[in-house]
Write a protein that binds this ligand. Structure first.
Ligand SMILES: [Zn+2]
Length: 286
């Protein structure tokens, strides 16, 4: 039992404790030593590569998936649109279902880009007769004409990436022409990086074209173990707070993997990565 004379000091102590609890956190000096989240984010940002993409550290959504080689089958579009997360549709021009696939993707709110065929240095894939192909030795006029026609042939494109292109992306002049046309149409360029000799990004930067580059090929080998390993690599980038562009192909193995193994919590849309509208708006204001 408390005696009556002990109550006033207890009441004073209770008041002091209450005041301490309700003091704003920033006024408590000892808490100031604790790192504040925006400072930590800034420090981490300092270590990120200087790309036009921006960090999404507050979110897990650090991976964007581009599905290449679309336009040959409507079933690909159906499978991709059934996924619980957005995938960017990279459509090859002049393929049988290019227009329909691009339209379906756009109507479902997905991003569409032109998957521009470019000359490869690998004779196994070399097909000079592919419609819409850009290759070494074209005149500037012919080159621009073909690229313009390709852009016009696929509706709703907001950017482009290269299909093949291990030869062409290593050449200065054609890459300069690609960027000039991209700039004119305010398209962004994603370098698929089919060769380490690529000069595409250097020309994009010179022209002020919004750009990004592929970090991981999901299905360079189609077996499920290789696909899983590639996905783990992408997740490692994401967990370090680095944005990671993954390129995939509409193989049955890949589609099954995306459906069953990939969480929507890890996936962002490519356009969210690039902030395309604001970057081109910035460029225009200068
Ligand atoms: Zn391709």
């Amino acid at each position: 039992m408390l005696k009556m004379h002990a109550l006033p000091p207890l009441f004073v102590l209770a008041c002091i404790f209450f005041l301490w609890l309700t003091t704003p956190l920033q006024a408590q000096d000892w808490l100031k030593a604790a790192p504040q989240s925006h400072i930590v984010e800034q420090q981490i940002n300092n270590y990120l590569p200087s790309t036009p993409t921006r960090s999404l550290l507050s979110s897990q959504q650090n991976i964007a998936i581009i599905m290449d080689d679309l336009g040959y089958r409507l079933s690909d579009a159906k499978a991709l649109l059934a996924l619980a997360f957005p995938v960017t549709f990279a459509v090859i021009p002049h393929t049988p279902f290019a227009t329909e696939v691009a339209s379906q993707a756009h109507q479902a709110g997905r991003t569409v880009i032109l998957h521009q065929p470019m000359e490869t240095s690998n004779p196994k894939y070399h097909d000079i007769n592919q419609v819409g192909l850009l290759y070494q030795g074209m005149t500037r006029e012919h080159f621009v004409q073909v690229l313009e026609a390709n852009i016009a042939s696929v509706p709703y494109v907001s950017g482009l990436n290269n299909h093949m292109g291990s030869l062409l992306t290593s050449l200065d002049e054609p890459m300069q022409w690609v960027m000039e046309v991209s700039k004119k149409h305010q398209l962004y360029f994603v370098d698929s990086r089919t060769t380490h000799k690529t000069v595409a990004i250097a020309h994009a930067q010179r022209e002020g074209v919004v750009w990004a580059e592929r970090k991981v090929f999901l299905d360079a080998s189609r077996d499920i173990m290789s696909i899983k390993k590639a996905w783990q690599k992408a997740l490692r980038y994401a967990k370090k707070g680095q944005q990671c562009i993954v390129i995939a192909h509409p193989y049955p193995e890949t589609l099954a993997f995306l459906k069953s193994q990939v969480s929507h919590r890890d996936i962002a849309s490519l356009r969210n990565f690039l902030h395309v509208e604001s970057q081109y708006a910035d460029a225009k204001s200068y």
